[in-house]
Structures are given as structure tokens and as C-alpha cells.
Design a protein around this ligand. Structure first.
Ligand code: NDP
Length: 273
């Protein structure tokens, strides 16, 4: 049976085995998918062992995405620009291909929720690894503009410069966002993990704007609650992105597109979200 794994540390909370097991069942694939927690300095040894034992592909989550980027022998363009890899696949000639499916997972989730991106103004809050991973897939949808704003402004400027030849992208200081309008605001900061909010002006929220928080939780996330209270048109959390990135990995490994929508429904039921 074909073997797949997700590497992370910690890994006990990972939803990936649940998601991929449902994908495999849905598409009648003969495969198993489990979770493994290498030591913090043990990713390369664990990945070497996995592939030497016939493993076909793996997902990689924190803190190993940059190491997986180094580990890959070949990279997709989106992984190269993301500077991080969340999916590895052993190709038929034995070469290990690295991909990053996070951004496409986000895009597919937005489109599935009928949030159009083409011609839209998108504010991307945060400039960490998650932000960097989603910019190329967002630009590929031909938005009017992607504006990156981050607490540490220099990082937003660096991201805007890195992607400037791939579409219309700019950076903006957080304290200069007041008065600007966007169709979609994506929170890619980790502020919500500690119940905090990036300090955004209230004027960004109107009844026209869709807000997306990459974080998800059993309660409405801090950012989405803030946006709801101010009357946002719609709020979405990052569970759909999680399932979406998994679907893209599955597609890369198996050549089949599973139904992310069905699995997202089952995962929400299981997590009581
Ligand atoms: P990083 O550590 O690389 O970046 C964190 C970002 O959050 C930086 O831009 C940082 O700003 C900002 N930030 C942190 N705390 C605050 C705060 N209190 N106020 C304002 N900004 C803050 O993390 P990642 O980019 O890898 O991950 C970000 C989030 O995205 C995580 O919560 C992660 O769980 C989520 N994620 C979700 C995925 C999904 O599938 N749903 C996939 C990938 C990530 P500064 O530069 O100033 O420090």
C-alpha cells in the first residue's frame, strides 16, 4: 500500500491524517497516511528514512517547512517563491519534488465560497511565511491589487518587492491604511493564536468587505469577531484553506482531485466548528 506521512513538531493536533484518509476513501485510493513527529533537529533523518522505506510523499508543517525546502531536489515555482515547502513527492525517477500548496488551498477555498478574486482589491495583513506562500497564487487570479501590510513594515516591503514582477502588488504601513478600501482582507498574522488583533483601522470594514482569517478555532476567531462586530459582509476561517492545501497535495501525489467541500463539512462536524 502506498505510504504518505505528515511531519511536524508538535503533530498530535494535526488534522491531515483525518483529511487524507477521507480523500483516499472518497477516491478509492489504496494508500495509508499517518503523522510523525521528528525531533526538532531530526527532519532530514526522518525524511530520508521514510523515502528509503518506499514512502511516496509527505506533508510538512511547522517547524520544518524551510528545511523541507532545502531537502527538495527540485522545486515548483510557487514553492521557490514561497521559500518553503509543505509537500514532497518522490517522482518516478527518484527525484524528490518540493511544492507549496498553501496558497492554492486558500485561493480554492475563497473561490468555493463564491468570493471572486479577479479585479478585486486584496489587503494581506502579515508578512510571515504564510503570507509569502499565498501571494503568487493570489496574483495568478489577477486581482486589481494586492496590498501587504505588516506590524514590521520592512517585511511587507520586502514581500512586495519579491513579487513585483508577478502582478500588481504594493506594501502599505499599517497606520496609513485608514481611508483605503478593499474587497477582501486576509489576516495571515499569528496574532489570533494569542487572542490578539493586528492593529487595523475600523474604517477598513464595511458591508462590502469579505474577511478571511487563516487561523481557525472552535469559537469565531478574534479577527473575524472584530470584523463581524464592525459589520463585514462575510467572514471565513482558515479551516477551508487547511483542507484546500491538502486537496492540492493529494492531487500532486495521486493525480485526482478530491472534493474538499465534502471533507471540510465532515471535519467541521468532527471538530464541532
Ligand atoms: P510567522 O511567524 O512566519 O509570521 C507571523 C506574522 O504574524 C508576522 O507577520 C508577524 O508580524 C505577525 N504577528 C504576530 N503577532 C502579531 C500581533 N500581535 N500583531 C500584529 N501582527 C502580528 O507565521 P506564519 O506566517 O507561518 O503563520 C501565520 C498564521 O497563519 C499562523 O497562525 C498559522 O497557524 C496560520 N496558517 C494557517 C494555514 C491554514 O492552512 N489555515 C496555513 C499556514 C499558516 P511581525 O513580522 O511584525 O512579527
Amino acid at each position: 500500500m502506498d505510504q504518505y506521512v505528515v511531519f511536524g513538531n508538535p503533530i498530535t493536533q494535526s488534522k491531515s491524517p483525518f483529511i487524507h484518509t477521507l480523500f483516499a476513501r472518497q477516491t478509492a485510493q489504496d494508500m495509508v497516511y499517518h503523522a510523525e513527529q521528528p525531533d526538532r533537529d531530526g527532519f532530514t533523518v526522518a525524511a530520508d528514512r521514510f523515502f528509503a522505506q518506499g514512502g511516496r510523499g509527505c506533508n510538512i508543517t511547522a517547524p520544518f517547512k524551510e528545511e523541507a525546502f532545502q531537502y527538495a531536489q527540485q522545486l515548483t515555482e510557487r514553492a521557490r517563491l514561497a521559500g518553503a515547502v509543505n509537500t514532497l513527492k518522490k517522482l518516478d525517477d527518484g527525484v524528490i519534488l518540493g511544492d507549496n500548496t498553501d496558497g492554492e488551498g486558500l485561493v480554492q477555498d475563497l473561490l468555493q465560497h463564491q468570493v471572486p478574486l479577479k479585479g478585486k482589491r486584496i489587503l494581506l495583513v502579515g508578512a510571515g511565511g504564510a503570507a509569502r506562500g499565498v501571494i503568487l497564487p493570489l496574483l495568478a487570479q489577477q486581482p486589481a491589487e494586492v496590498v501587504v501590510a505588516n506590524r514590521t513594515e520592512a517585511k511587507a516591503q520586502q514581500l512586495a518587492a519579491l513579487f513585483s514582477s508577478y502582478g500588481t502588488i504594493a506594501s502599505q504601513a499599517i497606520d496609513e491604511l485608514d481611508g483605503l478600501t478593499f474587497d477582501i482582507i486576509i489576516n495571515s498574522t499569528s496574532a489570533g493564536l494569542s487572542g490578539q488583533l493586528p492593529s487595523l483601522p475600523h474604517s477598513l470594514i464595511s458591508s462590502q468587505v469579505t474577511c478571511y482569517d487563516m487561523v481557525y478555532s472552535t469559537q469565531t476567531t478574534t479577527f473575524n469577531q472584530w470584523a463581524k462586530d464592525l459589520g463585514a459582509h462575510r467572514t471565513l476561517d482558515g479551516l477551508g484553506m487547511l483542507v484546500g492545501q491538502a486537496a492540492e497535495s493529494f492531487m500532486l501525489w495521486r493525480g485526482l482531485r478530491p472534493s474538499a467541500k465534502q471533507v471540510q463539512r465532515e471535519l467541521r462536524l468532527q471538530l464541532q466548528l
